[in-house]
Write a protein that binds this ligand. Structure first.
Ligand SMILES: *[C@@H]1O[C@H](CO)[C@@H](O)[C@H](O)[C@H]1NC(C)=O
Ligand SMILES: *[C@@H]1O[C@H](CO)[C@@H](O)[C@H](O)[C@H]1NC(C)=O
Ligand SMILES: *[C@@H]1O[C@H](CO)[C@@H](O)[C@H](O)[C@H]1NC(C)=O
Length: 244
Protein backbone atom coordinates (compact mmCIF):
# COMPACT_ATOMS: atom_id res chain seq x y z
CA UNK A 1 0.00 0.00 0.00
CA UNK A 2 2.73 2.38 1.04
CA UNK A 3 4.52 1.54 -2.19
CA UNK A 4 1.45 2.25 -4.32
CA UNK A 5 0.84 5.56 -2.59
CA UNK A 6 4.45 6.60 -2.87
CA UNK A 7 4.49 5.66 -6.55
CA UNK A 8 1.70 8.20 -6.98
CA UNK A 9 -0.94 5.71 -8.18
CA UNK A 10 -3.44 7.27 -5.82
CA UNK A 11 -2.67 10.80 -6.86
CA UNK A 12 -6.05 12.37 -7.66
CA UNK A 13 -5.05 14.71 -10.50
CA UNK A 14 -3.79 14.33 -14.01
CA UNK A 15 -2.78 16.74 -16.74
CA UNK A 16 -2.91 14.09 -19.43
CA UNK A 17 -5.09 15.15 -22.39
CA UNK A 18 -6.53 11.60 -22.61
CA UNK A 19 -7.89 11.56 -19.09
CA UNK A 20 -7.62 14.98 -17.61
CA UNK A 21 -8.36 15.27 -13.92
CA UNK A 22 -7.56 18.91 -13.29
CA UNK A 23 -7.11 20.52 -9.93
CA UNK A 24 -9.24 23.66 -10.10
CA UNK A 25 -8.00 26.73 -8.29
CA UNK A 26 -9.29 30.27 -8.13
CA UNK A 27 -6.61 32.85 -7.47
CA UNK A 28 -7.59 36.49 -7.09
CA UNK A 29 -5.03 39.24 -6.65
CA UNK A 30 -6.95 41.49 -4.34
CA UNK A 31 -6.80 44.76 -2.48
CA UNK A 32 -9.26 45.07 0.39
CA UNK A 33 -10.24 48.35 2.03
CA UNK A 34 -12.39 48.59 5.15
CA UNK A 35 -13.99 51.88 6.17
CA UNK A 36 -15.34 52.73 9.59
CA UNK A 37 -18.56 54.49 10.51
CA UNK A 38 -16.87 57.88 10.14
CA UNK A 39 -15.93 57.07 6.56
CA UNK A 40 -12.22 56.75 7.29
CA UNK A 41 -10.10 53.85 6.10
CA UNK A 42 -9.81 51.53 9.08
CA UNK A 43 -7.61 48.92 7.42
CA UNK A 44 -6.31 48.01 4.02
CA UNK A 45 -4.43 44.95 2.81
CA UNK A 46 -3.56 43.11 -0.38
CA UNK A 47 -2.81 39.56 -1.31
CA UNK A 48 -3.40 36.59 -3.54
CA UNK A 49 -6.63 35.06 -2.33
CA UNK A 50 -6.69 31.37 -3.17
CA UNK A 51 -9.55 28.88 -3.21
CA UNK A 52 -8.91 25.23 -3.99
CA UNK A 53 -12.21 23.70 -4.93
CA UNK A 54 -12.04 20.25 -3.44
CA UNK A 55 -11.23 18.25 -0.35
CA UNK A 56 -7.47 18.32 -0.87
CA UNK A 57 -7.35 22.11 -0.62
CA UNK A 58 -3.82 23.16 -1.43
CA UNK A 59 -1.87 20.24 -0.01
CA UNK A 60 -0.69 18.96 -3.41
CA UNK A 61 0.21 22.46 -4.59
CA UNK A 62 2.49 23.26 -1.67
CA UNK A 63 5.41 21.10 -2.91
CA UNK A 64 5.55 23.14 -6.16
CA UNK A 65 4.70 26.49 -4.60
CA UNK A 66 5.97 26.40 -1.01
CA UNK A 67 4.63 29.79 -0.02
CA UNK A 68 1.08 28.50 -0.54
CA UNK A 69 0.85 26.54 2.68
CA UNK A 70 -1.31 26.46 5.75
CA UNK A 71 0.52 29.33 7.39
CA UNK A 72 -1.53 31.67 5.18
CA UNK A 73 -4.89 30.00 5.81
CA UNK A 74 -7.68 32.51 6.33
CA UNK A 75 -11.05 32.35 8.01
CA UNK A 76 -14.44 33.87 7.42
CA UNK A 77 -14.75 37.28 9.07
CA UNK A 78 -18.35 36.99 10.13
CA UNK A 79 -18.83 40.67 10.89
CA UNK A 80 -18.05 41.53 7.29
CA UNK A 81 -20.20 41.05 4.20
CA UNK A 82 -19.08 38.06 2.11
CA UNK A 83 -16.76 37.06 4.98
CA UNK A 84 -14.57 40.05 4.07
CA UNK A 85 -13.40 38.61 0.73
CA UNK A 86 -14.25 39.33 -2.92
CA UNK A 87 -16.29 36.24 -3.70
CA UNK A 88 -17.13 35.90 -7.34
CA UNK A 89 -19.64 33.13 -6.92
CA UNK A 90 -21.51 33.18 -3.62
CA UNK A 91 -19.96 29.82 -2.88
CA UNK A 92 -18.77 30.33 0.61
CA UNK A 93 -20.74 27.30 1.81
CA UNK A 94 -18.78 25.07 -0.54
CA UNK A 95 -15.40 26.50 0.22
CA UNK A 96 -14.78 26.78 3.89
CA UNK A 97 -11.07 26.92 3.30
CA UNK A 98 -9.12 29.65 1.62
CA UNK A 99 -5.63 31.11 1.73
CA UNK A 100 -4.40 34.69 1.52
CA UNK A 101 -0.80 35.27 0.51
CA UNK A 102 0.38 38.86 1.12
CA UNK A 103 1.15 40.76 -2.10
CA UNK A 104 1.44 44.38 -3.25
CA UNK A 105 -1.64 46.47 -4.00
CA UNK A 106 -3.44 46.05 -7.29
CA UNK A 107 -3.82 49.09 -9.53
CA UNK A 108 -6.45 48.50 -12.21
CA UNK A 109 -6.70 51.25 -14.83
CA UNK A 110 -10.32 52.04 -13.91
CA UNK A 111 -10.68 51.51 -10.18
CA UNK A 112 -14.14 51.31 -8.65
CA UNK A 113 -15.69 54.67 -7.84
CA UNK A 114 -18.29 54.08 -5.18
CA UNK A 115 -20.20 57.05 -3.79
CA UNK A 116 -23.03 57.74 -1.41
CA UNK A 117 -24.98 60.34 -3.39
CA UNK A 118 -27.63 61.15 -0.82
CA UNK A 119 -29.02 60.14 2.51
CA UNK A 120 -32.52 61.37 3.32
CA UNK A 121 -34.93 60.67 6.10
CA UNK A 122 -38.37 59.79 4.73
CA UNK A 123 -41.60 60.99 6.32
CA UNK A 124 -42.36 57.33 7.24
CA UNK A 125 -39.25 57.09 9.41
CA UNK A 126 -36.88 55.15 7.19
CA UNK A 127 -33.62 56.36 5.66
CA UNK A 128 -33.23 56.35 1.90
CA UNK A 129 -29.63 56.01 0.73
CA UNK A 130 -28.72 56.48 -2.93
CA UNK A 131 -25.37 55.34 -4.34
CA UNK A 132 -23.45 55.34 -7.56
CA UNK A 133 -20.84 52.83 -8.64
CA UNK A 134 -18.60 52.89 -11.65
CA UNK A 135 -16.25 50.00 -12.22
CA UNK A 136 -15.40 46.96 -14.31
CA UNK A 137 -17.83 44.69 -16.14
CA UNK A 138 -18.51 42.43 -13.13
CA UNK A 139 -19.33 43.71 -9.66
CA UNK A 140 -21.00 42.27 -6.59
CA UNK A 141 -22.82 44.30 -4.02
CA UNK A 142 -23.52 42.86 -0.60
CA UNK A 143 -25.74 44.53 2.00
CA UNK A 144 -25.88 43.40 5.62
CA UNK A 145 -28.26 45.35 7.88
CA UNK A 146 -27.11 45.27 11.48
CA UNK A 147 -29.16 43.94 14.36
CA UNK A 148 -32.52 45.71 14.67
CA UNK A 149 -32.29 47.41 11.28
CA UNK A 150 -34.36 46.26 8.30
CA UNK A 151 -34.21 46.89 4.60
CA UNK A 152 -37.72 47.84 3.57
CA UNK A 153 -37.42 48.51 -0.15
CA UNK A 154 -34.82 49.06 -2.85
CA UNK A 155 -34.39 49.93 -6.51
CA UNK A 156 -33.78 46.33 -7.62
CA UNK A 157 -36.28 43.86 -9.10
CA UNK A 158 -39.82 44.27 -7.79
CA UNK A 159 -38.64 46.46 -4.94
CA UNK A 160 -38.84 43.78 -2.24
CA UNK A 161 -35.44 43.00 -0.74
CA UNK A 162 -34.66 39.29 -0.41
CA UNK A 163 -31.71 37.82 1.43
CA UNK A 164 -29.79 34.59 0.80
CA UNK A 165 -29.18 31.59 3.09
CA UNK A 166 -26.66 33.66 4.96
CA UNK A 167 -29.02 36.62 5.54
CA UNK A 168 -26.96 38.74 3.18
CA UNK A 169 -28.55 40.75 0.37
CA UNK A 170 -26.48 40.07 -2.71
CA UNK A 171 -26.70 41.83 -6.07
CA UNK A 172 -24.64 40.75 -9.04
CA UNK A 173 -24.16 43.52 -11.58
CA UNK A 174 -22.65 43.00 -15.00
CA UNK A 175 -22.40 45.50 -17.83
CA UNK A 176 -21.06 45.88 -21.35
CA UNK A 177 -18.25 48.12 -22.51
CA UNK A 178 -19.96 51.50 -22.78
CA UNK A 179 -22.19 51.60 -19.80
CA UNK A 180 -23.38 54.57 -17.81
CA UNK A 181 -22.71 54.85 -14.09
CA UNK A 182 -24.73 52.39 -12.02
CA UNK A 183 -27.00 54.10 -9.53
CA UNK A 184 -29.22 52.38 -6.98
CA UNK A 185 -30.91 53.06 -3.68
CA UNK A 186 -32.37 51.29 -0.70
CA UNK A 187 -34.48 52.29 2.26
CA UNK A 188 -33.57 51.10 5.70
CA UNK A 189 -35.47 51.18 9.00
CA UNK A 190 -32.83 52.19 11.50
CA UNK A 191 -32.62 50.23 14.75
CA UNK A 192 -34.57 51.71 17.67
CA UNK A 193 -31.41 51.95 19.76
CA UNK A 194 -28.47 52.17 17.34
CA UNK A 195 -25.27 50.46 18.44
CA UNK A 196 -21.72 51.65 17.86
CA UNK A 197 -21.47 49.57 14.68
CA UNK A 198 -24.07 51.63 12.77
CA UNK A 199 -27.09 50.30 10.89
CA UNK A 200 -25.67 48.61 7.79
CA UNK A 201 -22.50 47.25 6.19
CA UNK A 202 -22.16 47.61 2.43
CA UNK A 203 -19.46 45.85 0.45
CA UNK A 204 -18.72 46.12 -3.23
CA UNK A 205 -16.34 43.77 -4.96
CA UNK A 206 -15.06 44.19 -8.48
CA UNK A 207 -13.69 41.59 -10.86
CA UNK A 208 -11.31 42.31 -13.75
CA UNK A 209 -11.69 39.27 -15.97
CA UNK A 210 -9.92 40.31 -19.14
CA UNK A 211 -7.45 42.68 -20.72
CA UNK A 212 -4.47 44.29 -19.08
CA UNK A 213 -6.31 44.74 -15.80
CA UNK A 214 -6.70 40.99 -15.31
CA UNK A 215 -2.97 40.32 -14.94
CA UNK A 216 -0.32 41.35 -12.44
CA UNK A 217 3.36 40.49 -12.17
CA UNK A 218 2.70 38.52 -8.96
CA UNK A 219 -0.01 36.42 -10.62
CA UNK A 220 2.15 35.74 -13.68
CA UNK A 221 5.06 34.67 -11.54
CA UNK A 222 3.11 32.23 -9.41
CA UNK A 223 1.07 30.86 -12.35
CA UNK A 224 4.31 29.80 -14.05
CA UNK A 225 5.04 27.47 -11.17
CA UNK A 226 1.71 25.62 -11.11
CA UNK A 227 2.00 21.93 -12.02
CA UNK A 228 0.54 20.74 -15.33
CA UNK A 229 -2.42 19.01 -13.66
CA UNK A 230 -3.58 22.27 -12.08
CA UNK A 231 -6.10 24.52 -13.78
CA UNK A 232 -5.84 27.89 -12.10
CA UNK A 233 -8.25 30.69 -12.99
CA UNK A 234 -6.82 34.00 -11.99
CA UNK A 235 -7.89 37.61 -12.08
CA UNK A 236 -7.74 40.90 -10.21
CA UNK A 237 -10.38 41.89 -7.68
CA UNK A 238 -11.02 44.61 -5.19
CA UNK A 239 -13.16 44.59 -2.09
CA UNK A 240 -14.36 47.78 -0.41
CA UNK A 241 -16.46 47.79 2.71
CA UNK A 242 -18.37 50.73 4.16
CA UNK A 243 -20.46 51.10 7.29
CA UNK A 244 -23.32 53.57 7.73
C1 LIG B 1 4.87 28.67 4.17
O1 LIG B 1 4.56 29.93 3.64
C2 LIG B 1 5.20 31.00 4.29
C3 LIG B 1 4.60 32.32 3.79
O2 LIG B 1 4.48 32.35 2.39
C4 LIG B 1 6.71 30.90 4.06
O3 LIG B 1 7.38 31.95 4.71
C5 LIG B 1 7.19 29.56 4.61
O4 LIG B 1 8.54 29.39 4.30
C6 LIG B 1 6.37 28.41 4.01
N1 LIG B 1 6.71 27.17 4.68
C7 LIG B 1 7.26 26.13 4.04
C8 LIG B 1 7.45 24.91 4.87
O5 LIG B 1 7.55 26.17 2.86
C1 LIG C 1 -17.81 53.05 -26.78
O1 LIG C 1 -16.65 53.65 -26.22
C2 LIG C 1 -15.57 53.72 -27.13
C3 LIG C 1 -14.36 54.21 -26.37
O2 LIG C 1 -14.69 55.18 -25.40
C4 LIG C 1 -15.97 54.65 -28.29
O3 LIG C 1 -14.89 54.76 -29.20
C5 LIG C 1 -17.18 54.09 -28.98
O4 LIG C 1 -17.63 54.96 -29.97
C6 LIG C 1 -18.31 53.85 -27.96
N1 LIG C 1 -19.41 53.15 -28.62
C7 LIG C 1 -20.69 53.49 -28.46
C8 LIG C 1 -21.68 52.64 -29.17
O5 LIG C 1 -21.03 54.43 -27.78
C1 LIG D 1 -37.00 44.64 11.95
O1 LIG D 1 -37.64 43.36 11.77
C2 LIG D 1 -37.64 42.59 12.94
C3 LIG D 1 -38.18 41.22 12.58
O2 LIG D 1 -39.26 41.32 11.69
C4 LIG D 1 -38.47 43.29 14.01
O3 LIG D 1 -38.46 42.55 15.19
C5 LIG D 1 -37.86 44.68 14.27
O4 LIG D 1 -38.66 45.38 15.20
C6 LIG D 1 -37.75 45.44 12.98
N1 LIG D 1 -37.04 46.70 13.27
C7 LIG D 1 -37.48 47.89 12.87
C8 LIG D 1 -36.63 49.06 13.20
O5 LIG D 1 -38.52 48.02 12.23
Amino acid sequence: MLLLVSCGLFFPYSGSPDSPRPKRVFMQHTTRTFHNLQGQVESRDSGLWINGFDYTGIQHLTPSIPEINDSIRTHCQNDRPFCGYPWFLPLKFLCRKSWYLPAPEVSPSSPVEFRLLSREETSWGSIKMTFSAKGPSHMYLCLVPHRGANLSTWSFGDGTPRFDQNREYVIFYSHGLNSTTWTFWFEIQPPRDPGPEGMISVAISSHYFFGEDQRTAQLEEILRRFPTWAFPSSWVSTYDMYRY
